[in-house]
Design a protein. Structure first.
Length: 423
């Protein structure tokens, strides 16, 4: 007989999994229906509508639990948004358009999807093993559509410019999840990892440069936190990779040219290889200009910054860099303090990652990839659901370690946050 508490845990786990994946699933289903099959029907209203209901449910849970921290965080974001709207009336459309266009209204996205994600993580009424299983389920659907759209319908390469960016970024979480998959079934695990690796290849060939940087960070983090590889083996692998990397660097142009010719002969277009061949791969596009505008504006308000959403009027959008956005919002003093707290929080959790259960570690690695690495080169943290999942994990982990200062891995000392440790 399932108890009421267990039912609540299952429900909240389902809700969190859906919030973390619904936007990616909605995007790829729309790609399949509208772009591949040319049917003028959108599924967004279904997915975003259900996610909004889950968001409202999360606020109800926060109020019934009397979660002071969640309430305080909500109040701070509300005040920041209100002040921005009052001080920048001409730029309100940059954060709010309408309920009908909630996907393009950052303020609504923040309050209906991002903060609820944080609430579910802080509430700690989530089964992380089941959560990861649900994410794997969604990821399989996403990557199958991703592969079909690219291989069968030539989507991304034959689509208008810029499509490759959303196409690859929306597959990033699913790619990482499938690579981390560890099912009870050997064949399911092999299938998931094959899906993940094939997606990596497509992202390399047709995806965004920033997405490749995120994947590189993900694999590096996975390697460092791996429990199956001993320290001596890790050192050997690092030396071996360094030697191979040095050989590649020395013969870089000839290798890239050979790969490019091989793909071109098979009528496969690769934007990444073209960027590598013309030495424009590390060109920051317009991002350097955006960051320059923000730092120029900070000269006028270096201490206080420009508040929440403060970079919007300056660059007519967002900064495409988490640290630049935080400095712009909170000034050099408070912004730097927040950046350092975030950095050392991630470092703290990264060091203690091996002591966590596999499923919690997997969630952390995905959140680190999409909610931190990605924010270094694209997007804004205020509409990044995985950033708020990462933020929640950092708070829970810190609280857990503080409560269990003497015997952090002892069963009788696991605190109420219930962040699972490896036994």
């Amino acid at each position: 007989m399932i108890t009421r508490k267990e039912k609540s845990k299952i429900l909240e786990t389902h809700c969190l999994a859906f919030l973390l994946m619904f936007s990616f699933l909605s995007y790829f289903l729309n790609v399949l229906i509208q772009n591949c099959f040319k049917i003028p029907v959108s599924v967004s209203i279904v997915f975003y509508g259900l996610a909004m209901l889950i968001g409202v449910f999360s606020y109800y849970k926060v109020c019934t639990r009397g979660d002071v921290l969640s309430i305080l965080i909500t109040i701070l974001f509300v005040l920041g948004t209100v002040f921005f709207s009052l001080l920048n009336k001409d730029y309100v459309s940059l954060i709010y358009i309408s309920f009908e266009k909630i996907a393009y209204s950052p303020a609504l996205f923040l309050f209906f999807f991002c903060l609820p994600t944080l609430f579910f993580v802080l509430g700690c009424n989530v089964d992380y093993k089941k959560l990861f299983a649900y994410i794997i389920f969604y990821s399989r659907i996403i990557l199958i559509i991703f592969l079909v759209a690219y291989v069968v319908f030539d989507f991304a390469t034959s689509s208008p410019g810029g499509t490759y960016m959303s196409f690859s970024y929306n597959a990033l979480v699913a790619t990482c999840a499938c690579i981390l998959s560890k099912s009870d079934s050997k064949w399911k695990t092999i299938f998931d990892k094959l899906l993940g690796l094939l997606s990596c290849v497509i992202i390399f060939v047709a995806g965004a440069r920033g997405c490749l940087v995120c994947l590189a960070g993900f694999f590096a983090a996975l390697f460092v936190t791996s429990r199956s590889i001993s320290f001596s083996k890790k050192v050997f692998i690092i030396i071996l990779v360094s030697i191979v990397g040095l050989i590649i660097i020395i013969n870089f142009k000839s290798i890239i040219h050979s790969i490019y010719l091989f793909l071109s002969a098979r009528d496969i277009h690769s934007r990444t290889l073209e960027k590598l061949m013309d030495s424009s791969f590390i060109n920051g596009s317009d991002r350097f200009k955006l960051w320059g505008k923000v730092f120029d504006a900070l000269k006028k308000s270096p201490v206080l910054g420009y508040g929440l959403w403060g970079d919007r009027p300056i660059v007519n959008g967002y900064s495409h860099n988490l640290f630049v956005e935080l400095l712009c919002s909170f000034g050099y003093i408070f912004g730097t303090a927040i950046i350092l707290a975030l950095f050392f929080g991630i470092l703290h959790l990264f060091i203690g990652c091996k002591r966590l259960e596999l499923w919690v570690r997997n969630m952390f690695l995905i959140a680190l990839t999409y909610g931190f690495f990605q924010l270094m080169v694209s997007d804004t943290y205020l509409v990044n659901i995985w950033f708020f999942a990462l933020f929640g994990l950092l708070i829970v982990f810190r609280h857990n370690r503080t409560e269990n200062n003497v015997k952090p891995l002892s069963d009788e000392n696991i605190c109420r946050t219930e962040l699972s440790y490896e036994k």
